[in-house]
Design a protein around this ligand. Structure first.
Ligand code: PA5
Length: 440
């Protein structure tokens, strides 16, 4: 379902070098599959495509149906990092780019912008509102702040009893402030499994519930992920995840390529890149190691970052998300006057122009010293999104083990929090407040 093409790296890498990294990737594959590596208590994501049962999907659909019956047309999904990017990615990819859907799912709690929340409340005023609040730990500041505001708004607008039917929480089975609050307020809750970390959680209720509420088919998504899971279980040099992990680590360690740019050619996939950046950045960027994950959205960024990629510091390689077929058809017409001089394109699909831009860019960037891999799906749909989510998660596990990193922790994200809490004068942080005030 997900195919990889390493042809764009041929002129940069000798076959013997690549084979050496395939061996390393196969050893990392064994570590992942054997459950022997660091962080092995967080491997629950590996079997989610077959572990998620029909009961859970039906529970998600029951929430959707209940809110539809109430006429809900705005669902505020509150969460940050892995508790939002997977759902955001899928909903952006599958939604009409311009039409207002029956139920619009918007996201909050992923920033601390006052304008953002005020404007969200402006929108809520015109809508029939429900909320999904998502936090595995149940203690993350950004979603907690947003939820306090949205909860108060919903309670004022609909009353406390009705609010408890319009708020669903997704959190730990037993611990955390969100769990305690949900129990007290009587919210329906879904559980984030203990053995699944945030950025690997798109196929848990964290991703599934918002995607279902937005009107999309998670059975197809799980089916695509399950097919990919089967495909990637084979220990082979032909395994696409092994190949991806081998090549990106080779380019990094042997060719000085410290930056990987995920390249998309469809605005619907911009958040696939955001999801991927979190997955790889948070999984691999530790102990002074890792490849910096960046992204561009072409062809728009060919008119901005294209210059740097073509001629700037030679530190990057590209991984292009190649979508073979468009789901819609738009053909360029002929014009009698041809003042725009585009009649040579008359009768062509816009997607053909996009494909030629992609191919032309590939050749130009290779000529400019930028190796390129392609990760292909046939078209954008639920099944292929499930497959690509699973592909990148699995490949990330292999790649991080190859690099000698625990892919499932994120010790570095705590540093800013301590300073922020000290500056916000959170009780218990008095000593840090004193220390930090001396530094500013
Ligand atoms: O991947 C991760 O673990 C993180 O990005 C978390 O998803 C993010 O920090 C949000 O955490 P929580 O769901 O506990 O609020």
């Amino acid at each position: 379902m997900v195919k990889i093409n390493l042809g764009g790296c041929d002129s940069f890498v000798k076959n013997a070098e690549y084979q050496k990294y395939v061996e390393k990737a196969l050893a990392a594959f064994d570590t992942l599959q054997g459950g022997q590596g660091a962080g092995n208590d967080f491997l629950g994501w590996k079997t989610l495509p077959v572990d998620v049962d029909e009961k859970l999907v039906l529970e998600c659909e029951a929430v959707r149906d209940c809110w539809n019956a109430k006429g809900v047309d705005l669902v505020i999904a509150i969460g940050i990092g892995g508790s939002y990017l997977g759902a955001k990615c899928a909903i952006e990819a599958l939604s009409h780019s311009f039409k207002e859907p029956r139920t619009r799912v918007v996201f909050a709690g992923n920033n601390l912008s006052e304008e953002y929340l005020a404007e969200l409340m402006d929108l809520a005023e015109e809508k029939n509102v429900a909320c999904i609040v998502i936090s595995k730990s149940g203690t993350t500041t950004e979603p907690a702040v947003a939820f306090r505001i949205v909860k108060e708004y919903i309670e004022k607008k609909y009353g406390k009893a009705e609010a408890s039917e319009r708020i669903v929480a997704i959190t730990d089975a037993a611990k955390g402030a969100l769990k305690t609050l949900s129990t007290k307020e009587g919210y329906k809750t879904f559980v984030v499994p203990d053995n699944v970390g945030g950025r690997y959680s798109v196929l848990t209720p964290v991703g599934l519930l918002p995607i279902v509420v937005a009107g999309f088919d998670v059975r197809a998504m799980l089916k695509g992920a399950a097919a990919e899971m089967k495909e990637l279980a084979a220990r082979s040099a032909d395994n696409a995840a092994v190949q991806y992990a081998a090549m990106r680590n080779l380019l990094h360690a042997e060719k000085g390529k410290a930056v990987e740019i995920l390249v998309t050619y469809n605005p619907k996939l911009t958040f696939l890149a955001e999801w991927w950046k979190q997955l790889y950045g948070e999984s691999e960027g530790k102990e002074g190691k890792g490849i910096y994950p960046a992204s561009v959205a072409n062809t728009a960024d060919l008119h901005s970052m294209g210059q740097f990629i073509q001629e700037g510091s030679r530190v990057m390689f590209e991984t292009v998300i190649n979508v073979v077929n468009a789901n819609r058809s738009v053909v360029i017409g002929s014009d009698e006057l041809n003042l725009d001089q585009l009649n040579y394109l008359a009768g062509q699909h816009v997607n053909h122009c996009n494909a030629m831009a992609q191919l032309g860019t590939k050749i130009a960037h290779i000529d400019g010293g930028v190796p390129q891999m392609e990760v292909s799906i046939d078209r954008i749909n639920e099944e292929n999104l499930g497959a690509i989510f699973y592909f990148f998660e699995f490949a990330c596990g292999v790649s991080a083990y190859l690099l000698g990193i625990n892919p499932f922790n994120q010790p570095g994200v705590e540093a800013y929090k301590k300073n922020m809490f000290a500056l916000l004068r959170k009780p218990g942080f008095e000593a840090q407040t004193e220390a930090i005030l001396k530094r500013i």
